[in-house]
Write a protein that binds this ligand. Structure first.
Ligand code: MGP
Length: 205
């Protein structure tokens, strides 16, 4: 039923909030960026040439409420099968080294042993995602996305950056991630160029 006092947002403002309709509002809080959730479980036959085929784009959201709608309706990390990965990346960036936004970048990562309680792992992943969508980083434009990987002996959390040559910027991101996600342990930074060749670590935090 049409209501005369129902506020319709105009122009660029596509969100009805309590500020323009205190009675009938259906508040949605826009995020600074749109984010896309991807899933993959490449299996044993995967290699760098066919790996992309197993990537599945699940959903894109751009509000706080839609983030929770997604989070509350997908499997928790702990319940995923071995070899699975969730990737949460800014819309338009594919979660692979070859994407133009990633190809000069790197990643902060930590392997969390399976002896941590499952809810601890789920919380670290949740707070890692919240730090990203909430733009908690001083150099937020440097952040491309985050990944959680389920492996036989551990879970790995990674944050992918756009560049990998500025130590101050990378360290700032690493420190913020560690604090925001309450990570107890050492995060290691490696450029994607080095990871694809299984070479050494650059920085730790
Ligand atoms: P991984 O899952 O990032 O490493 O990459 P992990 O967990 O150490 O390895 P796993 O064997 O325990 O799963 C595993 C493999 O996937 C890599 O060696 C590549 O063959 C392929 N791969 C992973 N990523 C992120 C990419 C990518 O961005 N591009 C391409 N081409 N291949 C990738």
């Amino acid at each position: 039923m049409a209501q005369d006092n129902l506020a319709v947002p105009s122009g660029d403002n596509k969100y009805v909030t309590v500020f323009n309709d205190p009675v009938n509002f259906n508040a949605k809080h826009p995020l600074h960026n749109s984010w896309t959730l991807w899933f993959d479980n490449p299996g044993k036959k995967s290699n760098a040439n066919n790996w992309e085929q197993s990537l599945k784009e699940l959903i894109t959201f751009d509000t706080v409420e839609d983030f929770w709608g997604v989070y509350n309706n997908i499997m928790k990390t702990c319940d995923l099968s071995i070899s699975s990965n969730y990737h949460l990346f800014k819309q338009g960036i594919k979660p692979m080294w070859e994407d133009p936004a990633n190809k000069h970048g790197g990643k902060w990562s930590i392997q969390l042993p399976r002896n941590k309680t499952m809810s601890e792992i789920d919380n670290i992943w949740l707070y890692t995602m919240l730090a990203c969508i909430g733009e908690a980083f001083e150099h937020a434009d440097e952040v491309c996305g985050v990944v959680v990987s389920v492996r036989k002996a551990f879970f790995r959390i990674s944050l992918w950056t756009r560049t990998s040559d500025n130590q101050d910027v990378a360290m700032s991101i690493g420190r913020t991630l560690k604090k925001s996600a309450n990570i107890d342990g050492t995060l290691e930074f490696q450029s994607h160029h080095d990871s694809s060749k299984s070479q050494g670590k650059a920085w730790t935090v």
